[in-house]
Design a protein around this ligand. Structure first.
Ligand code: SF4
Ligand code: SF4
Length: 424
């Protein structure tokens, strides 16, 4: 930690004492969960470096952008289109938080029976612990779930917030509503930045975000191999970093990692012995530094090979068509791509069930772990349908409901029993 960083955090209004406590806890956890893994791909070095300086270099880059007159737009959900933000020369940064550290701070205002992701994210702002939120000029929220929707109203008392309306259904009227929401966002971002969003700029931004999606698709493609060339924990980290790193650099680093992983696959090299149980995690997102579940699963001798999640396939499945049409046509193409995200906030949401079954087959998994953040009612209720569908397909399922607290012992017992059952 350099003196320069401390000065920057001070200027951002960070509560330095709390912030020190947060960072000093992160190092040993990262050592235990990540750096102790054997046979890691060399390409993970970049991602280790980014996490090692999690509130340093990237924040400095965003500050520099702001000092040059640019804007930083923070988001909490994969429904907010990065393309629109980038096309106005603003920088998008994902703010979802996965740390227990800020949950008690969030609970000072929010009800305790709110999902940990919401409390943690809110606590980061309230406690002035997150330099990303402090650097941002606007938070763009959405109406995906009731907890977040109402939290944004309270957050707006502390920071500039704009909320997009994400519909609950996927019919014609909902699609029209969502398309108009994307057009409205364009206007909001143009006003914030003072920059006009043109066809050229939107086309460039679309290519950029698609390139990141393609790189992540390529990463996931390597995880279909047996033995798997990268641990689930490392793949999760790559995905988490992709939410706040520079879009183009991130795509480049993911592609460099994939070059290495593809060589491993060609040589039949893996990070786990061949034949270990292969697990798909499906459900609520796991924001950084929430690594609990994959760590427990992989410590128990299984490999996490895919995530049907917003820190997994939902973030990169489907590209935006790269058309050179009018701005209106481009925005429509963007809106339509985002409406193909199968979040549990939609009803009905059978496409997600189809996705889970398809991914289970494509990644040749031995079982699915359904991950549910406590008090996340959409995913909890949808798990009932997931269970029925997987039973019909003959795919073993374990339903886990947890938060950011330490229930490792209990979870380990349940996961061990599940893997025992799979191994027969
Ligand atoms: S789970 Fe739903 S609300 Fe949460 S990030 Fe994904 S799309 Fe957004
Ligand atoms: S995990 Fe569930 S309750 Fe929490 S923010 Fe996402 S959709 Fe909302």
């Amino acid at each position: 930690m350099t003196t320069d960083n401390r000065q920057m955090w001070k200027e951002l209004g960070i509560d330095l004492e709390s912030h020190d406590a947060l960072l000093s806890g992160l190092g040993p956890v990262y050592q235990e969960i990540y750096l102790s893994q054997k046979n890691r791909p060399e390409g993970m070095g970049f991602f280790d470096f980014v996490v090692g300086d999690i509130h340093g270099i990237r924040v400095r880059e965003l500050r520099q952008h702001a000092k040059n007159g640019g804007k930083v737009v923070a988001t909490y959900c994969v429904f907010v289109p990065d393309e629109v933000v980038l096309a106005a020369d603003a920088v998008p940064v994902g703010l979802c938080a996965g740390a227990q550290f800020s949950v008690p701070v969030g609970e000072e205002i929010l009800p305790r029976n709110t999902c940990a992701l919401i409390k943690s994210s809110f606590g980061f702002k309230l406690g002035r612990i997150c330099p990303y939120v402090q650097t941002s000029h606007l938070i763009v929220g959405e109406t995906t779930c009731d907890g977040k929707k109402k939290m944004f109203e309270i957050l707006a008392e502390h920071h500039p917030v704009y909320v997009m309306e994400v519909p609950n259904k996927k019919n014609r009227a909902s699609l029209d509503l969502w398309r108009s929401e994307v057009v409205d966002l364009k206007q909001v971002i143009e006003k914030l930045t003072g920059n006009k969003i043109t066809t050229d700029k939107l086309a460039r931004a679309t290519k950029l975000v698609n390139a990141r999606r393609r790189a992540l698709q390529r990463l996931y493609e390597t995880r279909r191999a047996s033995p798997v060339p990268i641990s689930g924990k490392d793949a999760l980290l790559v995905s988490q970093v992709s939410f706040y790193d520079d879009v183009s650099r991130c795509a480049q680093q993911v592609n460099a990692l994939c070059d290495e992983l593809e060589k491993r696959v060609a040589k039949g090299e893996g990070v786990f012995p061949a034949g270990v149980p292969r697990i798909l995690i499906s459900g609520s997102p796991m924001a950084i530094p929430n690594w609990k579940l994959p760590h427990i699963i992989e410590s128990a001798g299984a490999a996490v090979v895919c995530e049907e999640s917003c820190i997994g396939t939902r973030a990169f499945t489907n590209l935006v068509p790269e058309t050179d049409g009018t701005v209106e046509a481009q925005l429509k193409a963007i809106a339509d791509r985002y409406m193909q995200i199968h979040c549990a906030c939609f009803t009905p949401n059978d496409e997600r069930l189809d996705d889970i079954v398809r991914l289970a087959k494509e990644y040749r998994v031995d079982g699915v772990v359904h991950y549910n953040l406590q008090f996340c009612h959409t995913y909890a209720n949808e798990a009932v349908k997931v269970e029925k569908r997987l039973e019909k397909e003959g795919i073993p399922l374990l339903r886990i409901e947890t938060d950011y607290g330490d229930d490792t012992g209990q979870l380990r017992t349940r996961i061990d029993a599940f893997l025992e059952m799979i191994r027969g």
